[in-house]
Structures are given as C-alpha cells and as structure tokens.
Design a protein around this ligand. Structure first.
Ligand SMILES: [Zn+2]
Length: 90
C-alpha cells in the first residue's frame, strides 16, 4: 500500500489530546451526525450495564460512544463505527 500523502505519526496528537482529556468530559459538546441535534455530553442517554456503557443521542438513538471498563484498561469507541482506543488506567 502506498501512502497517498505526507504524514506525521500519532505522537503529534499528544499535546492536543492531553488538553481535551484533562477537562470535565460532561461539558464536552457533541453533534449528532444522524439528526444534527447538538448538546453537552451530559444529555446523552447512557445504557449499560457496566462495564460496557453505550451513550446514544437523545433525539434519534444514534450511538455517540461506547466505553468498556476493564481492570487496567478503558476501551473507547467514538461514534457508531468499528475500532476502539484502549487507554491504560491505574
Ligand atoms: Zn441524533
């Protein structure tokens, strides 16, 4: 596979991500790609049970994010797509 464009590696995201991951997450603004509703993350409808939580748009039930908590990791999927980020936690 050829790389179509010059790029940097993921280390360049460390600064921007450390800024957003250090703030109060419930105040984060979210916009639904399905129905265009927008509002703070705190308004999402969250379904469980833990350790797997799914947050859905209150307007159309589109999946905003999925979060799975394990003993030492948190898996985070943004939106309805596949794939997940794994964060190591204490
Ligand atoms: Zn929606």
């Amino acid at each position: 596979m050829t790389d179509p464009a010059p790029h940097r590696d993921g280390n360049c995201l460390a600064g921007p991500l450390s800024e957003i991951l250090a703030v109060e997450p419930t105040a984060a603004w979210w916009r639904c790609p399905e129905c265009a509703r927008s509002g703070p993350l705190a308004e999402l409808h969250v379904y469980g049970p833990e350790p797997g939580l799914t947050a859905r748009c209150p307007g159309c039930a589109y999946v905003a994010l999925r979060l799975v908590r394990e003993e030492r990791h948190v898996w985070l999927t943004l939106g309805s797509g596949d794939g997940a980020f794994r964060f190591t936690v204490a």
